[in-house]
Design a protein around this ligand. Structure first.
Ligand code: DGY
Length: 323
């Protein structure tokens, strides 16, 4: 029997690409150039399986293309707000993602952002590189102490819990959270965490607010001007989830007016374009969507895609099916 044909939309770690080559009739994206809508549509017409990643717009326009051959979308990444799941279901497409394998790596970045924003490490490095360091002095670049402060998680799924683990056991932080789905008592007790009845309650109490909810319509601009205004004046906003959960213009205004102390951001509205307003905010730590960017994790994500494909092509239910 001939091997299924597979299209991979971006360059993947070579270890994973080798496995793909051994098992499938695969077309790789060696040059790593993002694909256009017509190219994605053609992929759905010409391949049995399409393997996109979190930046490919797999929307209704792409999925409703005529004469589709594809039966499965095996996505590289845990987030799936780039895929129109309703359209995929309508077109009888199976959709999978790659949860769990990037949890620790992303929690590491959330803590990196939190610590960097609080301790002004980006400002310090910019000063040093610009040759402007005038030496140690008692009032130089004083930041905010992290140890013992309150971390408020908006969303308390796997990545939030891994962040809470680091914050609570590593930095003695008190954990509060809001989530429409209440975690088990075991999870709550593990971090001695306090559930809040609303996002607003978290905002009023937390010294550090960390976003851990999924992206998409239901969370679009959840952190709008009004809610950012509910944060404590000395608080920090951390985002390692999706950029459009925060109204970026409203955040820039708050950072410039110092109505909050700072922000640590790994994701942005409209990325990879960056709202130029952020460049004037010394109190913002900005990273280019590095949450899962360790060699080990990116390989594990690719291998997880392969596991899902293998299940699908052995007539089993893929472990990470989201549609
Ligand atoms: C994901 O997998 O959704 C991340 O954003 C990529 O790190």
């Amino acid at each position: 029997m001939s091997k299924p044909t597979v299209l991979v939309t971006r360059k993947w770690p070579s270890e994973v690409e080798e496995e793909l080559k051994a098992k499938y009739d695969v077309t790789l994206n060696e040059k790593d150039v993002p694909m256009s809508i017509p190219e994605l549509q053609a992929a759905f017409q010409n391949y049995d399986c399409v393997c996109p990643t979190v930046t490919d717009p797999i929307n209704a326009e792409v999925l409703s293309v005529e004469n589709k051959k594809a039966k499965i979308i095996a996505s590289f990444g845990v987030g799936f707000n780039h895929i129109d799941l309703d359209a995929a279901k309508k077109e009888n497409l199976v959709v999978t993602n790659t949860p769990e394998v990037l949890t620790d790596c992303t929690a590491d970045i959330a803590m990196t952002l939190l610590l960097s924003a609080a301790r002004r490490t980006s400002e310090g490095e910019r000063e040093l590189r610009a040759g402007k360091w005038a030496g140690w002095r008692p009032t130089h670049l004083r930041g905010t102490q992290v140890t013992g402060k309150t971390l408020g998680c908006i969303g308390f799924g796997r990545i939030a819990q891994a962040t809470a683990d680091r914050a609570h056991f590593g930095f003695g932080m008190k954990i509060i959270f809001s989530d429409p789905y209440m975690p088990s008592d075991e999870v709550i007790n593990k971090y001695n965490a306090t559930p809040c009845s609303s996002v607003e309650e978290v905002l009023e109490k937390a010294d550090f607010v960390s976003i851990h909810c999924p992206g998409g319509e239901s969370t679009y601009h959840l952190m709008n001007k009004e809610r950012i205004g509910m944060m404590k004046k000395g608080a920090y906003l951390i985002n390692s989830a999706r950029g459009d959960v925060i109204d970026n213009d409203a955040l820039i205004e708050a950072l410039k007016n110092k109505t909050i102390a700072g922000a640590g951001l790994d994701v942005f509205e409209g990325e990879p374009e960056l709202n130029p307003g952020f460049l004037d905010c010394e109190n913002a730590v900005l990273l280019p969507h590095l949450g899962s960017a360790s060699t080990e994790t990116r390989i594990a994500m690719g291998m997880r895609v392969l596991e899902n494909m293998e299940a699908y092509y052995s007539d089993k239910e893929p472990g990470d099916r989201v549609a």
